[in-house]
Ligand binder design. Structure first.
Ligand SMILES: [Fe+2]
Ligand SMILES: [Fe+2]
Length: 286
């Protein structure tokens, strides 16, 4: 259980139509890795929402019910914001519509699977997210320093809320299913599937940029994938231990600082971070 109520923040991020899809000026491959993940969100997150909504009918614990409802709320705002950003990406890369078609087909197929399968996928994907969250927040200076404020703020806000609801899909799976091996499988498959889905997106973008077969670009891409694997793997591996619970994992301090800063922000304001400050403090720029 989360212990404290999970807040649903209906933040309407706004993206400049002329935003450069290479939103990190020195890291085009990294920009496209994030863009590829963003492209998956309006297909993945509605699938998670449909899965937990169906499961909610079977839950009797009031705390868990409230957590699942908040999870639905947070994930709903996430994918709506990503979808707006993705529409801008598609203006530069119209071929991304094919990738979206493939994502839609994947999740339509997954929808036919048992509720236990879908809950294991949901808990598994959310587990991988924890590893990514820790990496992105701890290394935010390298990954977002001097990058576009709106995209950086979107991604880091998403990571904050993933931390806030990290227990929910796990608790739901444990409450309704609880078997160890499907959870292990869900974690490995969920992580692999989302990584592959993102790859489809960044491959198409790098192809259009003329960089997919450029060895320097490929090395930069592999270096970022290596960093991703290095940082996300411990979170995935620790989650495979039989006694694991995500509540036992310490959250980055920055998450609570971000939430405090947001609480002090006038209603309706968009929490834009200052990426020109090397620390990227949990403070919102005017
Ligand atoms: Fe999310
Ligand atoms: Fe999530």
């Amino acid at each position: 259980m989360s212990g404290t109520a999970i807040l649903v923040r209906r933040i309407p991020f706004a993206f400049d139509e002329k935003i450069d899809p290479a939103w990190h000026p020195r890291r085009r491959e990294w920009s496209h890795m994030v863009n590829g993940a963003s492209l998956a969100m309006p297909y993945l997150e509605p699938f998670l929402i449909r899965t937990v909504t169906e499961a909610l009918k079977l839950v009797s614990k009031p705390d868990l019910k409230a957590d699942v409802q908040a999870f639905i709320g947070q994930e709903g705002v996430h994918f709506q914001n990503h979808r707006r950003y993705n529409e801008i990406l598609k203006q530069s890369y119209p071929e991304l519509a094919d990738v979206e078609g493939a994502l839609e087909a994947d999740y339509r197929r997954f929808q036919q699977r048992s509720l236990r399968w879908r809950l294991a996928y949901t808990a598994g994907f959310e587990t991988m997210t924890m590893g990514i969250t820790e990496w992105l927040i701890h290394q935010r200076s390298i990954l977002f320093g001097n990058a576009d404020r709106s995209v950086s703020s979107l991604v880091l806000w998403h990571m904050v809320e993933e931390t806030e609801h990290k227990n929910v899909a796990f608790d739901l799976y444990q409450n309704l299913c609880g078997d160890y091996w499907p959870r292990v499988w869900g974690t490995l498959f969920g992580a692999w599937h989302v990584a592959m889905a993102s790859r489809k997106g960044y491959k198409r973008m790098l192809e259009r940029d003329g960089l997919w077969r450029n060895w320097r670009s490929r090395l930069r891409l592999y270096a970022m994938i290596g960093r991703f694997a290095w940082h996300a793997s411990p979170a995935i591996l620790r989650s495979l231990l039989p006694g694991y619970h995500p509540a036992g994992v310490t959250d980055p301090d920055w998450v609570a600082r971000w939430a405090d800063a947001y609480a002090g922000l006038p209603q309706g304001d968009i929490p834009l971070l200052d990426t020109s400050d090397p620390e990227i403090p949990a403070r919102f720029a005017a």
